[in-house]
Design a protein around this ligand. Structure first.
Ligand code: HEM
Ligand SMILES: [Ca+2]
Ligand SMILES: [Ca+2]
Length: 287
C-alpha cells in the first residue's frame, strides 16, 4: 500500500463514493461497451506519469494544448477523460472537496474491470491526492512506453515499480480489452530492420497487413484498428491464449510468449481462466 493510502479512506468522509463511481461506469459502459478498455488504459497512462495523480486530466487553459499530457503522441487513442470529470461532478454534489480525481480514476478503472467480467479486487487502497504541478507533455513522452518497446525494457519498467516478472506478465493481460490502431502497428509490420523472431503466426500477420496497409496515410491509420484479442470487451484470458497461438499484436505481446523468462507465465495464464467452470455452446447439449 502506498504511503498515506488506506482501504477505508472515505468511510467517514464520503461513504457514497463507491456506488456513485460504479453507477457512472456501468451506465457509460452499457451505452458504449468500449468504455472499460478506455478507462483501464487511462489509469495506466495517468499512473505512469508522475504517479496516480490525475495529471492526465488537467487542461491548463481549459482546452488540450501542447502543454497538457494529452499533447504527447504516446497518449494517442486515450479516451473517456470526460467521463471521470462527469463522475467527479456527481461525487462533488454529495461530498464536496473530499474525494480526489486521482482516486476516482483508479476506482473507475477497478469498476471497469469488474464490469467486463474481471475480478473485483477486495483491497483498493485510496487516499491519493491530485497533482499540483502543471502537466508536462515532455514528461509524458519520456515516461510512457513506445508501442514497439521490447521485453527487456518492459520488464525494467515494471521492475522499477517493484513488480515481479509474473506480475509484469499479468498486468499486460490488460490487453484482453480494447483495440490497437494501425498507426501503432505500422513499424512492427513494415520495418525493414525488424528481427525475424517476432513469433507472429503468418496467417495472422497477413490479416494484420490487410487491415493495416503500408501505404495508408496517417489519417487512415489513426482510424483503422484491430481488436487486442477476440473478446475485446470481455476481461478474460483470451489475450494469453492468443499469444500462445502467435496472435500477439505488439512486439511485447509476441515476445512474452517465447522468451524463457516470461513464457511459463503466459502458458499458465492461458490455461487458467480462474476455475469458473465451462460455458456450453448450447444449453441442450453437454459439449
Ligand atoms: C509495455 C507496456 C505497454 C505497452 C507498450 C502498451 C501499448 C499499447 C498500445 C500501443 C495500445 C493501442 C493504443 C491505440 O492504438 O489506440 C494499447 C492499448 C491498451 N492498453 Fe496498453 N500498453 C502497455 C501496458 C499496458 C498496461 C500496464 C495497461 C493497463 C493496466 C494497458 C492497458 C491497455 C488497454 C486497456 C488498451 C486498449 C485501449 C482502448 O481500446 O481504448 N496497457 N496499449
Ligand atoms: Ca499522473
Ligand atoms: Ca478479452
Amino acid at each position: 500500500v502506498g504511503v498515506g493510502l488506506s482501504d477505508n479512506f472515505y468511510e467517514e468522509s464520503c461513504p457514497e463514493v463507491e456506488s456513485i463511481v460504479r453507477a457512472g461506469v456501468q451506465s457509460a459502459s452499457l451505452t458504449d461497451p468500449t468504455t472499460p478498455a478506455a478507462l483501464l488504459r487511462l489509469m495506466f497512462h495517468d499512473c505512469q506519469v508522475q504517479g496516480c495523480d490525475a495529471s492526465i486530466l488537467v487542461n491548463p487553459d481549459g482546452v488540450i494544448t501542447k502543454s497538457s499530457e494529452m499533447g504527447s503522441t504516446k497518449n494517442f487513442g486515450i479516451r473517456k477523460r470526460e467521463l471521470i470529470s462527469l463522475v467527479k461532478s456527481a461525487v462533488e454534489a454529495v461530498c464536496p472537496r473530499r474525494v480526489s480525481c486521482a482516486d476516482i480514476l483508479v476506482m473507475a478503472a477497478h469498476e471497469a474491470v469488474a464490469f467486463s467480467g474481471g475480478p473485483r479486487i477486495i483491497r483498493l487502497p485510496l487516499g491519493r491526492r491530485d497533482s499540483i504541478n502543471p502537466p508536462n507533455a515532455g514528461l509524458a513522452d519520456a515516461s510512457l512506453p513506445h508501442a514497439d518497446i521490447g521485453l527487456d525494457s518492459t520488464l525494467q519498467l515494471f521492475a522499477k515499480k517493484g513488480m515481479t516478472i509474473e506480475e509484469s506478465v499479468a498486468i499486460l493481460g490488460a490487453h484482453t480489452l480494447g483495440v490497437t490502431h494501425c498507426i501503432n502497428l505500422q513499424s512492427r509490420l513494415y520495418s525493414t530492420q525488424k528481427s525475424n523472431a517476432t513469433n507472429q503466426n503468418p496467417a495472422f500477420e497477413l490479416s494484420l497487413k490487410t487491415r493495416c496497409p503500408q501505404l495508408a496515410g496517417p489519417t487512415a491509420s489513426k482510424i483503422s484498428f484491430m481488436q487486442n484479442d477476440l473478446t475485446s470487451v470481455i476481461f478474460d484470458n483470451e489475450y494469453f491464449v492468443n499469444l500462445m497461438r502467435g496472435r500477439g499484436l505488439l512486439n511485447i505481446d509476441s515476445d512474452m510468449a517465447v522468451d524463457s523468462r516470461t513464457r511459463q507465465f503466459v502458458e499458465k495464464f492461458a490455461e487458467d481462466q480462474g476455475n469458473r467452470g465451462v460455458v456450453r455452446r448450447s444449453c441442450g447439449a453437454l459439449d
